[in-house]
Write a protein that binds this ligand. Sequence first.
Ligand SMILES: NC(=O)c1ccc[n+]([C@@H]2O[C@H](COP(=O)([O-])OP(=O)(O)OC[C@H]3O[C@@H](n4cnc5c(N)ncnc54)[C@H](O)[C@@H]3O)[C@@H](O)[C@H]2O)c1
Ligand SMILES: CC(C)(O)[C@@H](O)C(=O)O
Ligand SMILES: [Mg+2]
Ligand SMILES: [Mg+2]
Length: 336
Amino acid sequence: MSKVLGKVYTENDADLKYVKEKNIAVLGYGSQGRAWVLNLLDSGLNVKLGLEREGNSWKKAQEDGVKPMKTEEALKGADIVIFLVPDMVQRKIYSEKVKPVLKPGMDLVFAHGFNIHYKLIQPPENVDVYMAAPKAPGPSVREFFVKGGGVPVLVGVNQDYSGQALQKALAIAKGLGATKAGVLETTFKEETETDLMGEQLDLVGGLTAMLRATFHTIVDLGYRPEMAYFEAINEMKLITDQIYEKGLSGMLRAVSDTAKYGGLTVGTYVINDDVKKRMKEKAERIKSGKFADEWIEEYDEGSKNLASLMDDLDNSLEEQVGRELREIVLRGQPKK
Ligand SMILES: NC(=O)c1ccc[n+]([C@@H]2O[C@H](COP(=O)([O-])OP(=O)(O)OC[C@H]3O[C@@H](n4cnc5c(N)ncnc54)[C@H](O)[C@@H]3O)[C@@H](O)[C@H]2O)c1
Ligand SMILES: CC(C)(O)[C@@H](O)C(=O)O
Ligand SMILES: [Mg+2]
Ligand SMILES: [Mg+2]
């Protein structure tokens, strides 16, 4: 029995029978969509893949042996609709394609709570709304499953018209392989806000900024960029692998005493209370909905800032060096 965690659902707590006879339409075949379609099909579920265009996702699905079809076609007779198009696209597909064919008793399923929590999608009361949110990038959702495991998933219920929404969320999570690890329960509010906080402050935003700042600090002192790339960026994976398997103190025990002492004393000097104050400010912005408003406005105006930030990153010295160094590093990776 866990001392800290709430209920953790595993294999025997979830039954595929709750979704086995249902027609499932998965919309989108990107990072998560590909993993979900392939895992759910391999788990023996009735899945149709619906896409808007015959573009890259369509081709990729065909290469994977999946038969894509137009969104309208996949939605015909669907009992469960899974939204795996980008968060900013979901409201359009919902209002133009899903809403017109929505029938009482159907299920709307999400991998992230954004559209429901921030009310971009407001479903009628007579449908179930639930989530199965993988706590991992899409490619890992597939890779873990193929190797006989699964990544942890959070399930949450926003509307329980059928009285079975939680069982169905757990069944979908099981189909993804997640009950091999563990499934925890959450709410749309908690998942949406904490997911955004994690990816902005740390996983995606904070991490990228910290790696780049360390790289430039070293380069600006006259050291060669390739040395800076190895020290500031490349080795991060191996350090986070240690954290993933053994926790923060386990990682510290795997490095030298010199690294331990230097790391523990300097880390908190760099990431100090000032930084934490700014983190709190941005976390509050997520909680208040202001980040969502800003992101929706940016998207509606063509995501120009996002494109220019990605361009700057692609053209940066660290990415130029990284592209060449990764060829060397990846050559030495253990064979899968
Ligand atoms: N990427 C992740 O690892 C990850 C992790 C957890 C949760 N999620 C959530 O999963 C959902 C899907 O995100 P993703 O990152 O897998 O998406 P993605 O951007 O990788 O894939 C999007 C899919 O939608 C299609 N698409 C893109 N723009 C479109 C448009 N304008 N109209 C119609 N179709 C369009 C693409 O062709 C592709 O098939 C989101 O709710 C996201 O928050 C993602
Ligand atoms: C993989 C992440 C960052 O955890 C996910 O939340 C996303 O939005 O892609
Ligand atoms: Mg996210
Ligand atoms: Mg996340």
